[in-house]
Design a protein around this ligand. Structure first.
Ligand code: ADP
Ligand code: ADP
Ligand code: MG
Length: 670
């Protein structure tokens, strides 16, 4: 075995490979771009080398720089992870030519499978079933058209050099073909520098099922069961599971044999995946082989109890499998969800931003299940335009599919991300959909049910607004008992009255402005949330705030939520929901209508940013008098009762100390 390994990747896969390599006693060398100086994968490695600017083309895709880093660091082997250079046969050859160990299949196998067209020709010869289609060299559009007619519409155009769904077009009719060919060619040329296309029968509502294979140097090839990756958006996976639901032992054996035949046909070595598409009748057809580790490999690891990266390293070092097919375990069921920075409501548009807050679950909440979380980012890291927007993979394993499914939903409910929009709620909804629970999801399911799976965010409920109000008020400690001299009223009010007080917050959610009033009424707290006159009242019992966690008794019901403040927004996580509530201002007013006379003082140190009145202005109760900016928030001081401004003691722009007299106020009688 070699003793040091360079990982030519970043993010969660670089972290994941580093962990196994370190556990095997290897010295780990990371490479990083200028954008990744402080990245998690750099922190985990023993040494790290800067390989270039943020743009992947100049760093993680710069094979020369990576090989130079390996030589400078004295690394003996290179693991490419997935994406980037993982399926680049030229890079694999350059690694070998530099005298380094390549942790991957032979370059010839990568090359053979790299072209979907050539791979299909090879597979046909090896007796692996293919989707009816055309994969010849002649790219004349008349020839492609004749092929499409022969196959029968709808057809699927694919970039022969393709990957990641690029250059794929579903074509419904002969009339639409010409245009689709042109645009698929353009995308393929831009994406892969190669515009060759193949045409396939477009299967209706198929499933995507793939087989993990492992091949050693002595010609032993085993499969490690299948994964069902049917839940896809834009032909890209978001949820994967092993084993596939409703997959018979006969289907498993037949697909396993086909996958092994496919690997054997290209003299495969190491870990690889043969992807199949499965039609209504359960017939399966070869789609492509991914000559690398895959994003979804953890579900296989969890049902087999094998470490695929450890096997990749052992085989790359010349080792052979010490078990045969009959000894491959299949225990329980595992499901993975890919947490992405993307907006499902806007057609899964990737999102960028800083992860102000990131709290990923650590343990499963459900008995008999286990959780694995593979993340490559930490709180404070940024999701940038440069790299894949995946934040983490969350994988649950249980004795059966439903346990794993429910554990994963619970884990997603426990996941908190603030700073970028994610697909978290979408994933939880998808996993909870009856069709998914029944194991009946095909590759078009997400597209067909997008409106249900990614509805526009539901408005905040009165309870959620109430919890946010209490959290805002408390900001870190328990609510004092009503009537207490240290009550919020006493502590923060601009003035004191010998009567019940009221504290009002303005909150905005989904374009609606809410007013939340917290009132000390005869020694009991009442909270009313109100928009457009439709108010909900709560009797407030004990409230406890511990950092982001708030527990409160509302109308005798104990409720708990997490609230994370970021700038003027509060993100409330509650029972799997995620609600953004903006906090506009906090106002101190009185509840009573008795006469008020006295001085309005600054509730906290701050700056006067607006004055709405002059000496002599007559006001009604609740009218805005002035606005104080403190702690980046605006606090509106309103008239405690109807009356007149007797004197104004401050000017706009003035910095005021806490307790300073702002206004002398004469309240009206009655
Ligand atoms: P396929 O869909 O062909 O089976 P996978 O689902 O295994 O492929 O994903 C491969 C994809 O992983 C790449 O095309 C890329 O978008 C993404 N990727 C590349 N590098 C990373 C990384 N470091 N972390 C997460 N995802 C990555
Ligand atoms: P990529 O290289 O982008 O992973 P694949 O050939 O693996 O491309 O196809 C990606 C996805 O597209 C599949 O998982 C499947 O959902 C869909 N797909 C591919 N071929 C067909 C087909 N012939 N009919 C219907 N859907 C297909
Ligand atoms: Mg694929």
């Amino acid at each position: 075995m070699f003793s040091s390994l360079l990982i030519a990747n970043r993010g969660e896969i670089a972290c994941r490979i580093a962990r196994t390599a370190k556990a095997m006693g290897l010295r780990v060398v990371a490479v990083y771009s200028e954008a990744d100086r402080d990245a998690a994968h750099v922190a985990i490695a023993d040494t790290a080398h800067l390989i270039g600017p943020a743009q992947a083309s100049q760093s993680y895709l710069n094979g020369d720089a990576i090989i130079a880093a390996a030589q400078a660091a004295g690394a003996e082997a290179i693991h490419p992870g997935y994406g980037f250079l993982a399926e680049n046969a030229d890079f694999a050859e350059a690694v070998l030519a530099a005298g380094l160990v390549w942790v991957g299949p032979p370059p010839s196998a990568i090359r053979a499978m790299g072209s979907k067209a050539e791979a299909k020709a090879l597979m046909a010869a090896a007796g692996v079933p293919l989707v009816p289609g055309y994969h010849e060299a002649d790219q004349d559009s008349a020839r492609l058209g004749a092929a499409a007619d022969e196959i029968g519409y709808p057809v699927l155009l694919k970039a022969s050099a393709g990957g990641g769904g690029k250059g794929m077009r579903v074509v419904e009719t002969a009339e639409a073909l010409e245009e689709a060919i042109k645009s698929a060619q353009r995308e393929a040329r831009a994406g892969f520098g190669d515009d060759r296309l193949l045409v396939e029968k477009y299967l209706i509502q198929p499933r995507h099922i793939e087989m993990q294979v492992l091949a050693d140097n002595a010609g032993h090839i085993v499969h490690l069961w299948e994964r069902d990756c049917s839940p896809q958006r834009r032909h890209q996976k978001v949820i994967e599971e092993a084993p596939a639901p409703d997959f018979s032992a006969e289907q498993r054996a037949a697909m396993g044999a086909a996958a092994i035949a496919a690997a054997r046909a290209v003299d495969y070595r190491g870990a690889g995946t043969v992807e199949f598409i499965v039609d209504h009748q359960g017939a399966f057809y070869f789609m492509e082989m991914n000559t690398r580790l895959q994003v979804e490999h953890p579900v296989t690891e969890m049902i087999c109890g094998l470490d695929l990266v450890a096997w990749q390293l052992k085989i790359a070092a010349g080792g052979d499998l010490d078990f045969d097919q009959a000894a491959v375990p299949l225990s329980g069921h595992a499901i993975e969800a890919r947490l992405y920075a993307e907006d499902p409501v806007r057609r899964f548009l990737p999102q960028t931003g800083q992860l102000h807050h990131l709290d990923l679950p650590r343990e499963s909440r459900l008995a008999a299940t286990t959780l694995r979380v593979d993340a490559g980012v930490r709180r404070g890291d940024a999701v940038t335009i440069y790299y894949d927007p995946m934040i983490a993979k969350i994988i649950a394993h249980g004795p059966d599919r439903d346990h794993a499914r429910r554990a994963l939903v619970a884990a997603l409910d426990d996941t908190e991300v603030v700073g970028v929009t994610t697909n978290r709620a979408f994933l939880a909804r998808l996993l909870s959909a009856p069709a998914f629970a029944a194991g009946a999801v095909d590759t078009g399911f997400i597209e067909r049910h997008l409106d249900d799976l990614a509805p526009p965010p539901a408005p905040a409920t009165a309870e959620e607004l109430a919890l946010t109000t209490l959290w805002l008020w408390q900001g870190g400690g328990p609510l004092p008992p009503p009537g207490d001299p240290y009550s919020p009223w006493a502590d923060n009010a601009g003035w004191r009255l010998n009567m019940a007080g009221r504290l009002a917050f303005t909150l905005v959610n989904g374009g609606t402005e809410w007013r939340a009033d917290l009132t000390d009424l005869d020694g009991a707290w009442r909270l009313s949330v109100d928009a457009d006159g439709a108010a909900t009242d709560f009797a407030v019992g004990p409230v406890d705030v511990d950092g982001a966690t708030i527990t409160a008794v509302l109308d005798g019901r104990r409720m708990s939520a997490r609230v994370i403040g970021a700038g003027e927004s509060c993100y409330l996580f509650h029972a799997g929901r995620e609600v953004r509530i903006e906090h506009r201002d906090r106002t101190v007013v009185t509840a009573g209508d008795a006469a008020v006379e006295g001085h309005l003082t600054a509730p906290m140190p701050g700056r006067i940013i607006d004055i709405a009145v002059v000496a002599g202005t007559a006001v009604r109760r609740g009218d805005k008098l002035l606005v104080l900016e403190a702690m980046k928030m605006e606090h509106t001081i309103r008239a405690p009762a109807a009356g007149t401004v007797a004197a104004l003691h401050v000017t706009v722009g003035e910095q005021v100390a806490e307790g300073l007299d702002l206004i002398t106020f004469d309240a009206e009688e009655g």
